[in-house]
Design a protein around this ligand. Sequence first.
Ligand code: ATP
Ligand code: MG
Length: 647
Amino acid sequence: MDGLLEGLDPEQRAAVEAPRGPVCVLAGAGTGKTRTITHRIAYLVQRGHVAAGQVLAVTFTARAAGEMRTRLRALGVAGAQARTFHAASLRQLRYFWPRVVGGPQWDLIDRNKLRFVAQAANRVGLSTESDSLRDLASEIEWAKASLVAPDEYPVAAGRAHRDTPAPAEQVVRVYQTYEQLKNEAQLLDFDDLLLHTAAALEEHTDVAEEFRDRYRCFVVDEYQDVTPLQQRVLDAWLGTRDDLTVVGDANQTIYSFAGASPRPLLDFPRRFPHAAVVRLERDYRSTPQVVALANDVIRWARGRPAGSRLRLIGQRPDGPAPRFTEFDDESAEAAAVAGRVRALLDEGVAASEIAILYRVNAQSEVFEQALTELGIPYQVRGGERFFHRAEVRKAMVALRSAAAQQLPGELPKVVREVLTGVGLTDEPPAGGAARERWESLLALVELAEELAATVEGADLPKFVTELDMRAEAQHPPTVEGVTLASLHAAKGLEWDAVFLVGLVEGTVPILHADGDEAAIEEERRLLYVGVTRAREHLWLSWALARAAGGRRYRRRSRFLYGLIPDDHPASRTAKREPVQRRPKPLCRICGAALVDARAVKLSRCADCPSDLDEELLDRLRAWRAGRARELKVPAYVVFTDSTLVAI
Ligand code: ATP
Ligand code: MG
């Protein structure tokens, strides 16, 4: 138990030891907020103040929830729940469903969401181009997360200065129609999970009593990004109780475009006047060089609310200065980043300790190619992708049919055998796409090992159920390799080496933030989140043109002014770094690397449709090559990530 308090500074310790009741930790990045709450949970459990099973900790990404579970396990706490709001709600809703709704459980709408939005938009006579559909879907998500009903939308959108994707009255009709179609199909979207959970507790006394009897101690990480809907769920969980610990950093609010607000964090001491309020300033994560840069990034922030003006004080020994590098084009940037990753790996830095972070997911591709060319294993963050990978889908089918055959219960061994049938080899392939597929399959075996170690009587059917749950909750297992992630997905995490790439105007800050001061400030906070992910090595880079030989019309991000030392080489144009490149066969539709001979022959991967006309392909190519800013495709096709889906 003393060990639990030993590794903490006096302020962290005060938060850990505070009696049960409201506790609020307001502090900057890397100051140990997440560490403090995990230690607090362990402390309360080990002191016997609360049973592990009565603790419910929530955070915002599946990876962060997984990390918290790992940290709790390392502290010897088993049975405390650490989940995202969505995963926690899904679980509760499944359990209470027979009582609050009855009948068969509704499925998650998942990837079909855009189809429903498309149908709704079609009925209202709005464009069904993929970009418009995405904007409409985001707007509906914003409304639901902000607890705004369809008829309240025009006023609420006006008050929030929303840049509406269509005239407000039309958005109202799309929103209404989408809800109607979705309910008729008996499907739930992610926001419904939270809405139904809150309603179940608010409207059913027996459900509320059972829930509140079971869960008594609540902890929220990253509380600066709570939405009104999440707050409503939290309030429904609590009832009239106040055993709630929240931690957050208003300077890391990066989801206000989606309805999140730091207000509940900053107002917490007013809402609970008897709360223990703790402020942390020592940064344990990053070198003083990285901390200084983080302070500089956030120093220029405008309109910071009172309570968010914290300065970080670095605690670690000196490290290398952050490096700023300018490139002629994106492929030169990607090749140089991959080359530096290679050098770090050769120096002995683990691949899992390296991350390449970008503003939008579309930026990952050129870096994926560059890493593939150097045979460096990587994983792209984003739950959806893992469960939609072809090899994972194949593996799930094989595991499901094996589960039906009731094979005898050594779980990891059976899983390995089944996966051998879909291509898992003992030794990893050298690199590239084959290596990535191998890593995904291995991650499933490792998950089976984890399940066998933690759940008594874990067998294949239980494993398949666990996988289904994870797929629904978008919670993929950890895959080894260099991490590629968006800045949003990197929140709360840390790596020894971080590459912040693509720092050009139009990307950081993103184009549509231009002219909107609040949106620009959110982009600045996003960069602050990125910078503060690095423990030691930090590279910031940008490219002046998209494609090699293209016009160099880009400018580096406005946020970099004042950060780059005057005598730094980045004030001149950095030369392309020479890297060996071999062209790889790519799918002509989605651009994925092709490995099997048939796919190479067809120039098309197995996941892409074969019946696209040449004209559409031309437009796709132009878009991929950066020659066209927008991808305009006929109404019957939606471009999601790298997949084409017919509506
Ligand atoms: P973020 O705002 O990015 O979520 P955070 O405040 O939650 O950051 P943590 O992730 O908890 O910060 O901690 C950052 C790093 O500092 C972790 O590696 C953690 O183990 C380490 N750390 C935290 N507190 C201490 C301490 N008192 N002594 C040594 N290391 C610490
Ligand atoms: Mg944290």
